[in-house]
Design a protein around this ligand. Structure first.
Ligand code: URP
Ligand code: ZN
Ligand code: ZN
Ligand code: ZN
Length: 463
């Protein structure tokens, strides 16, 4: 039995902030006590004075080794989970993909194969359903039973991941019965594809145009439609990667009516904008993702949504593609740029900066990055908090350390950073995953294969 004692830190959870010693036994939190009040003995003592002691981050939206546009996202489960650990994230939920004509099971098996024995931190899976038919619907029940309790459907990407409204309604009806949570990529892909074709035909091929054709109105329209379909089906709804102020307004309206409708946004929408997409010499390609980055004015609505709980979760949608050789596939045609941004390593730090800047409180930081994603996707209180019985997924965070984000020093397997040169206050110092040091005083001490597949229960966040 290994015992670790973390002394003198400020323990911050979504619920409270308290100076406490934390005793970890056999990979779990055993007890918290007033500093110095207990004569606990331990194999390892971590001095956390002047530091925060926070739950490991739960990133509920990543894409390791994801096939897209003829290539694969550049982080493997090995490199991506190691980078996550460096950034204070101790659980990811990645998206297994059903191929067209294939079963959910085959997709899930393939993703287990990619991840098994390779992860540095714990992981679970959502399932992308890209072929909703009778047998897919039946399979959903079995997956919910075994811990894959959420399903992403795409209103975008016709011919690839796209589901029509009938398929989405059927999946929502099924989820309404089996307890699954439907996640929707809300953009009107049919209309967007028309605008893409017209833009390319006119010779408008720069990365900047990606942001122009994927209109905020078409995100708002799809968000509204998804909400109405969920309402008709009597199912809860989680809208992924919300970027437009108009889409937040739809969520706010639905929540004001008392509907179980939830929204996620991502650091790129909070910290980046169409200014980045407009960077010259094809540099804008580094910022191509969908939903797209918006004009800076949208950020206030996202921050407000995070404060008012109209948005509940910040995940990364980590889906990195190298600039050289991957983003470059879209030189001369923005529609061929693989969609996605790196960020799994940066989320906890960027959101801490939001605390420093006064956008959110310290407890809200932990709520949107740890506790709520755990509750939303059935991992709480195993993950997302520091309480007796919880997994000892714990970050010792130095709120005063200064850092500059750079591809030179990050650990993600991608040749650029979307946040290059950004100065942040606050940095991860030590990370425990189920009591094991994965990062120790800014040295990697983890190993591929420590991370365990973590089956999930159903959503614990319903009204
Ligand atoms: O551009 C993005 N977001 N790529 C990942 C796939 C998705 O739609 O989440
Ligand atoms: Zn204090
Ligand atoms: Zn998406
Ligand atoms: Zn995604």
């Amino acid at each position: 039995m290994t015992r670790t004692l973390i002394t003198g830190g400020l323990v911050v959870t979504a619920a409270e902030e308290t100076h406490a010693d934390v005793l970890v036994e056999d990979g779990r939190v055993a007890a918290l006590a007033t500093p110095g009040s207990q004569q606990w003995t331990a194999d390892r003592v971590i001095d956390a004075s002047r530091k925060y002691v926070v739950p490991g981050g739960v990133d509920a939206h990543t894409h390791m080794e994801m096939p897209f546009g003829g290539t694969f996202s550049s982080d493997t489960f090995e490199t991506g989970t190691r980078a996550a650990a460096w950034g204070g994230t101790t659980t990811i939920i990645d998206f297994a993909i059903q191929s067209k004509g294939g079963s959910l099971r085959a997709g899930l098996d393939a993703w287990h194969e990619k991840a098994d024995g390779r992860c540095a931190i714990d992981y679970g899976f959502h399932m992308i359903a890209s072929d909703v038919n009778e047998s897919t619907l039946k399979e959903m029940d079995a997956l919910v039973e075994e811990g894959v309790t959420s399903f992403k459907l795409f209103m975008a990407y016709p011919g690839v991941f796209y589901s029509d409204d009938g398929q989405i309604l059927r999946a929502m009806q099924r989820a309404g019965q089996n307890g699954g949570l439907i996640m929707v990529h809300a953009e009107n892909g049919i209309a967007i594809d028309v605008l893409v074709e017209q833009a390319v035909a006119r010779g408008h091929t720069d990365p900047r145009v990606h942001g122009e054709v994927r209109k905020a109105l078409l995100e708002a329209e799809a968000t509204y439609r998804a909400i109405k379909l969920a309402q008709v089906a009597g199912a809860p709804l989680y809208v992924v990667h919300v970027s437009a102020a108009e889409a937040v307004a739809e969520l706010t309206r639905a929540r004001d009516e008392g509907l179980n409708v939830f929204g996620e946004t991502c650091p790129q929408y909070l910290f980046l904008s169409t200014d980045n997409l407009a960077e010259p010499d094809f540099e804008g390609a580094k910022y191509v993702c969908s939903t797209p980055l918006r004009p800076r004015e949208h950020q206030a609505a996202l921050w407000r949504g995070l404060r008012s709980n109209d948005l509940q979760v910040v995940s990364t949608d980590h889906c990195p593609f190298c600039f050289t050789g991957q983003k470059e596939l879209g030189r001369g045609d923005f529609s061929k740029i693989p969609n996605g941004l790196p960020g799994v390593e940066n989320r906890m730090d960027l959101l801490h900066q939001a605390v420093v800047d006064g956008h959110i409180s310290r407890r809200r930081w932990i709520e949107i990055a740890c506790a709520t994603p755990a509750r939303m996707f059935g991992l709480y209180p195993q993950k997302g908090t520091i309480a007796p019985g919880s997994d000892a997924d714990i970050v010792i965070y130095d709120p005063r350390a200064e850092q500059v984000i750079s591809a030179e020093t990050h650990h993600m397997n991608v040749d650029y950073s979307a946040y290059e040169g950004r100065r942040l206050t606050g940095r991860v110092e030590t990370v425990l995953s189920r009591g094991e040091p994965v990062i120790s005083q800014r040295t990697y001490t983890g190993r591929a294969g420590h991370g365990a597949y973590t089956p999930r229960s159903t959503c614990q966040y319903l009204n």
